[in-house]
Design a protein around this ligand. Structure first.
Ligand SMILES: CSC[C@@H](O)[C@@H](O)C(=O)COP(=O)(O)O
Ligand SMILES: [Zn+2]
Length: 213
């Protein structure tokens, strides 16, 4: 099997797993996986599809500027330029973007800070952070309608060590050195976001309950 076929199957399997979690509502979400380093080529999901379905037209091979490398009627994801920025600025081998209610709420709650710092969670270790009070900071950018501008803003906050970016009231883009790591990072962040929102809500409720006595 060629490297291209191997990467295709790997990304298709990841897509199936994320679909099982219902992380592609309303055709949202896009995924990519690197095929070649120099020159950069990667497979990216075709735009506007129901990503819960597995077909032979799910991905396109594009270059470092997001241009298709093969004759095709398909359009690359509208957010391909964000994936280009991730591959340009980090050692990512796979990049995943999903819209969930939790990542949207977190992005709105912390937008004015420009980032959210997560700590005190066992799953921080999924990012290779093993120290006692390890923490990870996820930058948050505004959701510009102009994709070049949005990609540019993402590019400004992505440092080599950054693992993810939140786009305000839009979704999360997260990556890893390969498909396994990207999925691990995505699952860990969604877990921590969900925990964070629940504990925040629970503590507000307990303040309300105490003040009603
Ligand atoms: C139809 S909602 C989602 C899109 O606007 C976009 O944010 C998205 O995630 C999917 O776009 P796509 O072009 O299919 O990759
Ligand atoms: Zn999106």
């Amino acid at each position: 099997m060629s490297v291209l076929e191997q990467r295709w199957n790997e990304l298709a399997d990841i897509k199936d797993e994320l679909a099982e979690r219902d992380w592609f509502l309303g055709t949202s979400g896009n995924l990519s996986i690197k095929v070649n380093d120099e020159p950069l080529t990667f497979l990216v999901t075709a735009s506007g599809k129901d990503k819960r379905k597995r077909t032979d037209e799910d991905f396109l091979l594009v270059d470092g500027e997001g241009r298709p490398l093969q004759e095709t009627n398909l359009r690359a994801s509208a957010e391909t330029l964000i994936h280009c920025e991730v591959y340009r600025l980090t050692n990512a081998g796979c990049c995943l973007h999903v819209h969930t209610v939790d990542n949207n709420v977190i992005s709105e709650l912390y937008a004015s800070n420009g980032s959210i710092t997560l700590k005190g969670q066992e799953l921080i270790k999924a990012f290779g952070i093993w120290e006692e009070n390890g923490e990870i900071t996820i930058p948050i950018v505004e959701n510009y309608a102009d994709i070049s501008r949005l990609a540019q803003e993402c590019g400004k906050v992505i440092k080599p060590e950054t693992k993810a970016v939140l786009i305000r009231n839009h979704g999360l883009t997260v990556w890893g050195k390969n498909g396994f790591e990207a999925k691990k990072h995505l699952e860990a962040l969604e877990f921590i976001f969900s925990y964070h929102l629940k504990i925040k809500l629970a503590s507000q409720l307990s303040v309300l309950q105490k003040s009603s006595y």
